[in-house]
Structures are given as C-alpha cells and as structure tokens.
Design a protein around this ligand. Structure first.
Ligand code: ATP
Length: 246
C-alpha cells in the first residue's frame, strides 16, 4: 500500500516551561550577593524529544495521563505554541478546537465572531457569506447569534466554535478534550461530522480521556508519558498500555 502524503511532521521536539517558585527574601538576597549565579527558577520538560509523522487521512489519538503533554503537543501542531527545539510542520488548512472560547472576542456577537473566527481560520468573506446559515444551523445557537458571546455558556461557545471550524473543511483537524462540554446529542453530531471528515480523506488528531469514544474514531494511538512518546501503534495497544493491561 502506498502511503498518502504527509499531513503533520513532528521531529525531535522539545518544550520546556519555567516553574516559578516563591523565594524568600533571604534566598533572593543570597542569590544577588553571589553574583546572580544559578537560576532562581526551575525548568520543567513538558515534551521530551518526540518525533512522529501523520499521513493524510489518518485519525490519531494523542493519549496519556493528566499532565503528560498532550495539549502542549496539540498546541504546537496548531501553531499557537512554538517548540524550544525540533520541528513541527503541517500541510494544508489547519483548524483546531483547543480551548473553549479561544479565538472568540467576548464583546462581539456570535455573528461577528463567526466572521472573525472564520477569517482567522483562513476563510474568505464570500466563503463565509455562503456558509453562514449552515454554520448557525449546525450550532443550533438560534436567536442567540446576535448576543455578545461573553454571555454564552461554555457549551454554546463550543457549539459555535465547532460549527465554524468544521465548515472550514480543514485538511488537518485538531480536537482537544473540549467536546466534553457539549451535551450528548451535540457530541454525537460532532462525532458524526468528524467521521465524515475522515472518510473524505482529511486528517484528525484528537486528545481525549474518553478512551472508548476515541477508539471508535481513531485507528492509531500515540501514548505520552511524562512528555515522552512510549507507544505509537494501534489505538487499542496504546489504550491497553495506558490502562496498564499489557
Ligand atoms: N504555559 C505553561 N506554563 C507552565 N507549565 C505548563 C504550561 N502549559 C502546560 N504546562 C505544564 O506542562 C505539563 C503538560 O501539560 P499539558 O496540558 O500538555 O498536559 P495534558 O497531557 O494535556 O494534561 P491533561 O490530561 O490534564 O489535560 C503539565 O505539567 C503542565 O502543568
């Protein structure tokens, strides 16, 4: 079988965060008189030398316990965060649902945010005019479309954000846990839409703790432990390892 072209490349990626500690006056003073030697802050490696490729049409689950680095990895793939070293590259239009409400301006109405968010995701004004009604219909926001989004519930944010993102027909679709804030019928509708996208040859990377749901839509699983890739194989193997069943 010939592989489809690459959609995502992650090569030797590392991401450190600075852990800030509260220091006593005495510690800070000693640090100053010792000529500021050493570092008052401590570094923490959230992603440690991770590499993988994702080909067009693959549906990949990024799995791991809390704090293992899944969201950090997804943010780097989406481009909202840069790695400290290594390379992350994507091909085509990328749309992500990573944080509820991210990319929305709270003082604008749902309607204005559809245009703002759609433009950020690379849609043209005429494409947005054409798809606006379908976006609102999918979101089921109804009469609240002209309400400022600061008055939306987290589920309403998700509905509108998902509706805009999916209507950009992204080549690479990134979804973090946030589907969980939607009610069950809406979650089902999103899952069906995601399945349609994959069937049409688009690429998906999803982060979720709902392992059975993830196993339904993804074939491949990448398991992270303390920022390191420990499994890259079938989603069932990755889930078994995560559950300590292998
Ligand atoms: N902006 C940041 N500044 C400092 N530390 C961060 C930052 N973002 C993430 N971290 C840390 O990096 C580690 C990995 O976080 P990340 O959110 O990627 O984990 P996760 O696997 O998605 O976890 P969860 O399942 O709980 O959502 C955590 O220890 C977290 O505290």
């Amino acid at each position: 079988m010939t592989a489809t072209p690459l959609a995502i490349t992650v090569r030797d990626v590392r991401k450190d965060f600075v852990l800030r500690h509260t220091r006593s006056m005495k510690e800070a003073f000693m640090w100053l008189i010792k000529g500021r030697r050493g570092d008052l802050s401590e570094k923490f490696t959230a992603i440690d030398d991770v590499s993988f490729d994702v080909h067009e049409g693959e549906a990949v689950a990024l799995l791991g316990l809390n704090g293992s680095g899944k969201s950090t990895m997804l943010k780097m793939i989406s481009g909202v965060m840069m790695p400290d070293s290594g390379l992350v590259a994507t091909r085509g239009r990328v749309a992500g649902l990573i944080e509820v409400g991210a990319g929305f301006h709270p003082d604008l109405t749902g309607r204005d945010n559809v245009y703002l968010n759609g433009a950020i995701l690379g849609m043209t004004a005429s494409e947005l005019d054409e798809k606006f009604d379908a976006i609102v219909e999918f979101s089921e926001i109804g009469q609240f479309i002209d309400t400022e989004v600061k008055f939306y519930s987290s589920g309403m944010y998700l509905r509108l954000a998902f509706a805009v993102a999916i209507h950009t027909t992204p080549d690479v679709f990134l979804v973090d846990e946030i589907l969980a804030v939607g009610d069950e019928p809406f979650q089902k509708k999103c899952m069906d839409k995601i399945a349609e996208l994959i069937a049409a040859g688009h690429t998906l990377v999803v982060v979720s703790h709902e392992l059975d749901k993830v196993a339904d839509i993804c074939d491949r699983g990448i398991l992270l432990e303390h920022g390191r890739k420990v499994v890259d194989g079938s989603v069932t193997d990755a889930i078994k390892r995560l559950r300590g069943e292998d």
